[in-house]
Design a protein around this ligand. Structure first.
Ligand SMILES: Cc1ncc(COP(=O)(O)O)c(C=O)c1O
Length: 422
């Protein structure tokens, strides 16, 4: 076998593109020949401030010269404390305790452990189509595709799955779907996991990997009510929907609810590994000191990147840009939907938008979705698919995207549809 490193990567890593990236800047990735790609994947919703935002890069460089690693159980450090100060300005006062780890899955694991210890209850309710990670614990909470669990079973017990209000899939109205899903949740609590055994309800405020589905506000409010009634904790997984992606700091803010626990990662540090579990101090006080942690959690360089990320988002009005560019992209996509019947649905919030691709007889069309994404790639626009059938194309550009770049992406998408739709 050749010694080419490309041939020695574990095949468990799938490969969406043949690109070897040399550098990134704003909404663009550049390959080794200097060819530019318009990146509407944001590294799966991570580079919300754009690739290599100058203020984030500067903060990383400065911190790297001061302290790379100050293990949090041994010392506290300035970037970590500075990050908490920044986060305090974007969360309501009830969220006043912060725990940090490295990946999204690690944050969800932490939230689950916190919920179990704080309530003394064992069970977790999740929703159909959710994605919460790939560790053994989070894989057991993930139901967006069988590939994430096939060959790895048996899974962690104590996980119960309720329907997510994916109105388009059911073919019902939003409110009808919401009411039915809440009824099914009550049924689950009556037939499978008693409220007094249920520690938490864990939900993505906008379903990510499961197909970019926005739930009706009545559903999330209904969940809050069920939780309050039974002393169950409401955990919102904001790993993909957080840090400005939906046009607000966090997805849950669109629905007028207050979660008990919030998990974050991805956009938090613009690409440096950092994740978090946030809640009230009251709740965190019920988490046994030393019973959870990790060597790298709250890493100094990652924390410095996160401070710069939050500041840059605020100083450059990125949330407003996400909202406005989201409106532009949504209306452009809806316009194309009128022309191209394979676009079954266009949905989303801010710059977290999905276009669901369907066959002529209204079945999920993975083949066509993949063909469209490849045709876009040929025109140097990078997009990803998601959803149980991989037939939803996701639109998640950096939040610094401008209107010309949105127009350009829409034009490439239209050309691709023209090319592949039969
Ligand atoms: C909502 C959500 N939760 C958890 C995760 C897991 O994050 P990570 O891949 O960093 O472990 C993801 C990743 O896509 C996600 O979208």
């Amino acid at each position: 076998m050749s010694t080419d490193p490309q041939n020695h990567l574990s095949p468990v890593w799938t490969k969406y593109t043949p690109i070897t990236a040399a550098r990134g800047e704003g909404c663009y990735l550049y390959d080794q020949d200097g060819k530019a790609y318009l990146d509407f994947t944001s590294g799966i919703g991570v580079t919300n401030t754009g690739h290599c935002h100058p203020k984030v890069v500067e903060a990383i460089q400065k911190q790297a010269g001061l302290l790379l690693h100050g293990q949090v159980n041994i010392v506290r450090h300035e970037p970590l404390l500075g990050l908490i100060s920044e986060l305090q300005t974007i969360f309501p006062p009830e969220i006043d305790a912060y725990f940090f780890s490295n990946s999204g899955a690690e944050a969800v694991e932490g939230a689950m452990k916190l919920a179990r210890q704080a309530t003394g209850r064992t069970n977790i309710i999740v929703f159909q189509g959710s994605f919460h990670g790939r560790t053994v614990g989070t894989m057991s909470l993930t139901t967006s595709k069988t590939i994430y669990r096939a060959g790895y079973q048996p899974l962690m017990p104590g996980v119960f799955v309720a329907p997510y209000p994916y109105a388009y899939r059911y073919g019902w109205g939003e409110e009808q779907t919401s009411a039915w899903c809440l009824e099914e949740l009550e049924y689950l609590l009556t037939t499978q996991t008693a409220p007094q055994e249920t520690a938490a309800i864990l939900i993505e405020p906008v379903l990510g990997e499961g197909g970019y589905v926005v739930p009706p506000a009545s559903f999330l409010r209904g969940l809050r009510k069920v939780c309050d009634q039974h002393g169950i904790l409401l955990i919102v997984d904001e790993i993909q929907s957080g840090f400005g992606r939906t046009g607000r700091w966090f997805g849950y803010e669109h629905f007028g609810i207050a979660p008990d626990i919030i998990t974050v990662a991805k956009g938090l540090a613009s690409g440096m590994p950092l994740s978090g579990v946030f809640s009230s101090m009251d709740l965190m006080n019920r988490w046994d000191p030393g019973s959870h942690g990790g060597t790298y959690g709250g890493n100094a360089v990652s924390a410095a990147a996160a401070v710069a990320t939050v500041k840059a988002m605020r100083e450059e009005n990125m949330l407003l840009n996400a909202k406005n560019r989201g409106v532009q992209m949504m209306s452009g996509l809806r316009h194309l939907q009128e022309e191209y019947p394979s676009i079954g649905d266009v949905r989303g919030l801010g710059l977290m938008i999905g276009t669901e691709i369907r066959t002529k007889d209204n079945k999920p069309d993975k083949h066509l979705a993949k063909a469209i994404v490849h045709a876009c790639q040929d025109e140097n626009l990078l997009l990803l698919t998601c959803g149980p059938w991989d037939n939803t194309i996701r639109w998640i550009p950096p939040l610094v995207v401008n209107s010309e770049q949105i127009d350009q992406a829409l034009q490439i998408f239209a050309n691709a549809l023209r090319k592949v739709e039969v």
